[in-house]
Design a protein around this ligand. Structure first.
Ligand SMILES: *Cc1c(COP(=O)(O)O)cnc(C)c1O
Length: 395
């Protein structure tokens, strides 16, 4: 049976370049970069080079890069650090949005319990927030604005540069969770007025368990992990050299191919959107144009997302109902609720996230399969039956 992977927002397959870049550091150059002997020093040199290579791709300096265990840790450390800086100056107000990743939202919840005030901006029904909304929410005591670059569920891409500009004018730290954007959209932290940024290797064909926190020079980081003072003393623990090497290689490859990959992805994405829009009582989530080239996200009335996923899996299609982190819970996605989708329709969600390895043939098969499965599920759905007979109204 055909096996189609369309869940690249959850994680990606490692690229050959990334695997090849890791192997020597598992096998021969396995030293601890803090050791003074040659095997250690060789690893240390590779670490410095990797830091420079990644800095170059973000448009920053090597000293502004801290390696972390992934996007979640980078988000946590960015937000806690900015909060501690604000606190020292008597500023304990933070601006964010209702549709951030839980790594951001749960860190903000923790700070609220400590006495910080958090304003979560309303997200428009197209999955966007505006720089004007950010400006209106700014107070005398605002210390941090944290807004994601691209949403991991519905794929909407935010006006990061404009938001950064507002923050710069007001002297407020701007952090962006760029985990879905890195390697897929162009990033330049200076041009885009970004003071802090998180990324994660496994979302761009690198290994899992490694990421980056960029923090502009002068922003003091707060340690989340104490120990041997690695990473300029800001993130202890022996560096995960193989993973860092894999991340550097994957990031270079992804950034070099952004334009050609995007072109291919947008063509496949738009075909999928067109095809699935033909399903009656379906709605596309996220902005039609300001969206990740890889992301397709629909809600279908009258069905359960879980059943849809299981039946698609039987047809060899790996998809998601939204965030990998909330699957298994019966609550509808906080992202869909944030954009104003009612509970009834938020349950029937489907996220298809492509990679450049997908093909037109697979796209055609996905469209045909989703159409068939939605039709079947509706044929056995009491709610759908009630809607069709007028006992219950369509959303
Ligand atoms: C995947 C993801 C994260 C978490 O990254 P990990 O490396 O898995 O910890 C954070 N934010 C967004 C937007 C993501 O998509």
């Amino acid at each position: 049976m055909m096996q189609i992977y369309a869940d690249n927002a959850a994680t990606t397959k490692m690229s050959k370049a990334a695997i090849d870049a890791m192997l020597p550091y598992l096998d021969t150059i396995y030293g601890n970069p803090s050791s003074l002997h040659s095997i250690g020093q060789e690893a240390n040199e590779a670490l410095s080079k990797a830091r420079e290579r990644i800095a170059k791709l973000l448009g920053c300096e090597a000293g502004e890069i801290t390696f972390t265990s992934g996007g979640s840790e980078a988000d946590n450390q960015a937000i806690v650090s900015a909060a501690r800086i604000g606190e020292k100056r008597g500023r304990k107000h933070i601006i964010s949005t209702a549709f951030e990743h839980h790594a951001v939202l749960h860190t903000l919840n923790k700070l609220e319990k400590e006495g910080f005030t958090v304003t979560l901006l309303d997200v428009h029904s197209n999955g966007m927030v505006t720089a004007e909304q950010v400006e209106k929410a700014i107070r005398q005591d605002t210390c941090l604005v944290t807004i994601m670059y691209a949403n991991n569920e519905i794929g909407s891409v935010q006006p990061i540069k404009e938001i950064g500009e507002i923050c710069k004018q007001h002297g407020i730290i701007f952090h962006t969770d760029a985990v879905q954007a890195a390697g897929h959209l162009h990033i330049n932290v200076n041009e885009q007025n970004i003071a802090m940024l998180s990324l994660s290797a496994h979302k761009f064909h690198g290994p899992k368990g490694v990421g980056v926190l960029y923090a502009r020079k002068g922003i003091a980081l707060t340690n989340l992990i104490e120990g041997g003072a690695q990473e300029h003393g800001k993130r202890s623990g022996t560096e995960n050299i193989p993973a860092i090497m894999g991340m550097a290689a994957a990031f270079e490859e992804a950034c070099a191919n952004i334009d050609s990959n995007s072109e291919k992805l947008i063509r496949m994405r738009d075909r999928l959107i067109e095809g699935l829009s033909e399903i009656p009582h379906s709605v596309l989530n996220g902005d039609r144009y300001s969206r990740l080239p890889s992301n397709v996200h629909f809600c279908f009335e009258g069905i359960e997302g879980e059943s849809l996923l299981l039946l698609l899996n039987d047809k060899g299609i790996c998809a998601s109902s939204g965030s990998a982190c909330t699957s298994g819970s019966l609550d509808p996605s906080h992202v869909l609720l944030a954009i104003g989708r009612p509970h009834e329709i938020a349950h029937g969600s489907l996220r298809l996230t492509l990679s450049e390895e997908n093909t037109d043939e697979e796209v055609a098969y996905i469209i045909e399969s989703v159409k068939g499965v939605v039709e079947y599920l509706r044929s056995i759905s009491p709610i759908w039956n009630d809607m069709c007979s007028g006992r219950k109204s369509f959303v």
